[in-house]
Design a protein around this ligand. Structure first.
Ligand code: SF4
Length: 499
């Protein structure tokens, strides 16, 4: 009981009502449930003419309206759906070319004061083995990720708990950046740390920003107010819908302009969640001038002692999930789209052409799991938030991507060169971001192939590199000489050269 009282006090300390109220319009937030529900039952003109008109707008990298997005979701003609899927792939190619950025999740703590009905880490789930990594343990995890697997980019995840407060977050991020693992003539290192955490106050976000983070992610889980209240008990911090909804407004106010939004598909009608994500993107664009850097769309997976996760009436079928991803790609064409290892390998492969830009690999979501078994793919369900569907190694994923014509990018240059926020949005919308990113994708792929790839992955990777270098020469001749100089230096052992 003493602990529960402590948590109530923690909740009061954490939520700053004035940091919600300032963004509300007449006391109301920007998710209008009635309007979104009405759009889902309205009659939409799904004729080929209308659908192609909407697709054409997407192809100009313009954000769609709610009505246009609802129309696309209402399409049932398989031929038109196929056209939408092709367009989704074209948009991705136009904005991000054939690059897939890769990363690994790193869970630093799994104790949580909240009680989300769908989550294996909810406070009242006694089946979970709780822990929080010490700074030495963080170092060991990073040595495995950066020194054995070759990751350059992490998404760090924290439970919401006084033991993993802002000071712990800043200390652990700094500890991650400090790790340098000897690899070949040089060293392996994490160069970009993205953060997935609970909503923070502006003051805490400013502190977080000093640690040098990449993207700050907070997923709303469900945008549907009533469902949100049902699965997030009111006596918990997470029970406050609006504290979460305005997390990105506060992040931008604190100077963090790369933000990632997301919804957990399976809590409510997937069509509503797509409109919710769109509403969030439009709100950020219109109020703060910068849309989301990434959108995530995790699908609910089974979790230890968590029957809700398997029994929700709104579980999303594979076909529905495919359509949701296609429509998100068309509706918010400039944004990065993250498909994680929650999905099985076959599903991930089949969804990639719909406009996916980022994916994780060799993922382990048990706290401390990377150091326990650096090369193994074993999981620790008793320490995890949910069950992973794809436990393939990074090498296997890179190999498959190469067979499909994708180059795996380990690029982390953007935020280190100041290409974030408005700057990156402008580059993405105008199709210019690729000018830098292709060069950096080639350089970092060269590094990874030489330092970490298996012989078969290296063999196919060389073919991808030859093709990419030829493209740089043809399409970007002005920078080719400077680029090729960096490429040669990288081939000879230099590391972390970027544009
Ligand atoms: Fe805690 Fe997040 Fe799980 Fe909710 S979803 S119980 S906030 S870890």
């Amino acid at each position: 009981m003493a602990q529960e009282n402590g948590f109530a006090e923690y909740k009061n300390l954490k939520i700053k009502q004035d940091e919600i109220d300032k963004y509300l319009k007449n006391g109301i937030d920007f998710i209008d449930d009635a309007k979104l529900e009405a759009l889902l039952v309205a009659h939409h003109d799904t004729s080929a003419v209308r659908v192609r008109e909407i697709i054409a707008k997407s192809l100009t990298i313009a954000t769609l309206s709610h009505e246009e997005t609802a129309t696309l979701m209402a399409v049932t003609d398989p031929d038109l759906i196929a056209e939408m899927e092709v367009a989704a792939g074209q948009i991705k190619k136009k904005v991000y070319d054939n690059r897939i950025v890769t990363f690994a999740p790193l869970y630093l703590s799994n104790d949580c004061v909240n009680n989300c009905a769908y989550c294996g880490l909810r406070h009242e789930n006694k089946a979970v083995d709780r822990s929080r990594l010490s700074l030495d343990q963080v170092k060991a995890e990073v040595e495995s990720l950066a020194g054995v697997t070759g990751h350059k980019r992490l998404i760090v995840v924290y439970g919401e708990h006084p033991d993993s407060d802002i000071d712990y977050m800043v200390d652990t991020i700094k500890a991650i950046y400090d790790v340098k693992v000897p690899v070949g003539k040089n060293f392996g290192q994490i160069r970009r740390v993205n953060v997935n955490a609970a909503p923070l106050s502006v003051a805490d976000l400013k502190k977080l920003n000093t640690a040098g983070l990449g993207t700050f992610q907070v997923f709303q889980e469900t945008y549907h107010h009533a469902t949100y209240s049902k699965v997030h008990p009111a006596n918990t911090i997470k029970g406050n819908y609006q504290w979460r909804l305005y997390a990105m407004h506060r992040a931008m106010e604190a100077g963090i302009d790369d933000v990632g939004i997301g919804a957990l598909f399976g809590l409510y009608n997937w069509r509503f969640e797509v409109l919710g994500l769109l509403s969030h993107a439009i709100e950020l664009e219109s109020v703060l001038g910068i849309g989301p850097h990434t959108i995530s769309f995790p699908r609910m997976e089974p979790a230890e002692s968590t029957p809700f996760a398997s029994n929700s009436p709104w579980l999303v079928s594979d076909a529905e999930f495919r359509k949701a991803i296609t429509v998100i790609r068309l509706a918010v064409p400039y944004t990065g789209m993250i498909l994680t290892a929650r999905e099985c390998a076959e599903m991930r492969t089949s969804l990639l052409p719909l406009g996916i830009t980022q994916t994780d690999a060799s993922s382990k979501i048990g706290v401390g799991a990377y150091a326990e078994s650096p090369r193994g793919t074993d999981q620790h369900v008793e320490k995890q938030q949910f069950t992973l569907g794809d436990t393939r190694s990074l090498d296997d994923v890179v190999y498959e991507l190469a067979t499909l014509g994708y180059i795996t990018s380990f690029c982390t240059a953007g935020y280190r060169c100041g290409r974030t926020g408005q700057c990156i949005m402008d580059l993405l919308r105008s199709g210019q971001e690729g000018k830098f990113c292709k060069l950096n994708a080639v350089l970092t792929f060269r590094e990874w192939l030489d330092d970490f790839a298996s012989p078969k992955t290296k063999e196919i990777g060389e073919k991808i590199l030859a093709m990419e270098i030829a493209q740089v020469k043809e399409k970007n001749p002005k920078v080719y000489d400077a680029f090729f100089k960096n490429y040669e230096e990288t081939r000879l052992g230099a590391r972390d050269l970027y544009f």
